[in-house]
Design a protein around this ligand. Structure first.
Ligand SMILES: Nc1ncnc2c1ncn2[C@@H]1O[C@H](COP(=O)(O)OP(=O)(O)OP(=O)(O)O)[C@@H](O)[C@H]1O
Length: 333
């Protein structure tokens, strides 16, 4: 489907603008005052533990759920009440995508394509994109879990939407299919599409996303590029030394070691300054087999989501007593 022309001079509106969006289910504040903007062409990751509010937030952006309050703008339009002009511009894959199970994969995708008035060539092309060409004539009910997942992704892409929402798209994929999907998504990004992506795979977010928002307890606790989040984090570097050459007690006594523990057949030493410590280790144990593990997005994520979990456990003030929302595009230090 052709995209609407971007008319002369004026910049198109951002892909998504959220301003103090809130949604509760009874007493559960699933989305508790979230604001951010997603630029056109951005690959934006939403990360957070189970129940953090990611799906609710995505469904609000998709126009599947009404926010209790706040402003939501998607491609310059309000997604709620449902806007039929907006829907074909969005591609949506959910955790519980619906299928026509008696149809073959190709028939299913043709049906979806017809709903969006996408051409038939797009069906074959999209089946190829997600690696389902060989399964085109297999009934949906006979596809494996991972193949169904790919069909759900194909259903979100077949009409060539401008803004694509993918909710844990790699959850049921084997490692090869996962890497295959990464390539597909990178190509879509290169073609200028905007992608909003939730995943529990932190390596995936680090590899694919321009920016990630870490959500916990319905709030954004950090929002930045993966590399800036890692660089700003106070996460320590870990040095792994074969346990036969260094005891935990000796490791803990080395200067600059914050913590030392045995993990299988290695002693793990945590430090904020790896250089001098490596020199010490070279002295007392030798450097053979010593490995370095620097901070990753996963370390940042675990620290932030653990912290918030602890904060919220003791935070039983009523909503109105809470401090005003913090600015969310902040550093994580
Ligand atoms: N339809 C609903 N009715 C009542 N509570 C709901 C409903 N949907 C979600 N919740 C609750 O709202 C909170 C946020 O759920 P949500 O599904 O948005 O989280 P999530 O971050 O997508 O989690 P996951 O990673 O497990 O998919 C949770 O406490 C959940 O139990």
């Amino acid at each position: 489907m052709p995209h609407p022309p971007e008319t002369g001079g004026e910049a198109p509106p951002p892909a998504v603008v959220l301003d103090d969006v809130r949604k509760s289910y009874g007493a559960v504040r699933a989305v508790d005052g979230i604001s951010f903007t997603i630029a056109r062409g951005e690959f934006f990751g939403l990360l957070g533990p189970n129940g953090a509010g990611k799906t609710t937030l995505i469904e609000i952006m998709e126009g599947l759920r009404q926010a209790d309050s706040g402003r939501v703008t998607v491609l310059g339009a309000r997604p709620w009440p449902r806007d039929t002009a907006l829907l074909p511009r969005l591609g949506v894959q959910t955790q519980s995508s619906a299928f026509f199970v008696r149809l073959t994969a190709a028939e299913h995708l043709r049906t979806v394509a017809a709903l969006y008035r996408a051409d038939r060539a797009a069906v074959d092309r999209t089946l190829g994109t997600v690696g389902l060409t060989e399964q085109a004539d297999v009934r949906v009910e006979d596809l494996s879990g991972g193949q169904r997942q790919r069909l759900a992704i194909a259903s979100a892409l077949v009409h060539d939407p401008e803004l694509i929402f993918l909710d844990e798209p790699t959850a049921a994929l084997d490692p090869q299919a996962r890497r295959g999907l990464w390539r597909v998504l990178s190509d879509l990004k290169r073609a200028g599409r905007t992608i909003v992506y939730t995943t529990h795979h932190l390596d995936e977010a680090e590899a694919l996303c321009d920016r990630v928002a870490i959500v916990a307890g319905g709030r954004v606790t950090a929002l930045d590029t993966p590399s800036r989040l890692v660089a700003q984090s106070t996460s320590a570097t870990r040095l792994l030394v074969p346990a036969e050459r260094l005891t935990v007690a000796a490791a803990a006594a080395l200067p600059g070691v914050r913590h030392a523990e045995l993990d299988g057949d290695v002693v793990v030493l945590e430090t904020l300054d790896a250089g001098p410590l490596l020199a010490e280790i070279a002295e007392v144990a030798g450097l053979q087999g010593v490995r370095t593990r620097t901070a990753s997005l996963e370390d940042v994520y675990l620290r932030l989501t653990d912290q918030l979990g602890d904060d919220r456990a003791t935070d039983d003030r009523p909503t109105d007593d809470r401090p005003a929302d913090e600015p969310i595009e902040r550093s994580t230090t």
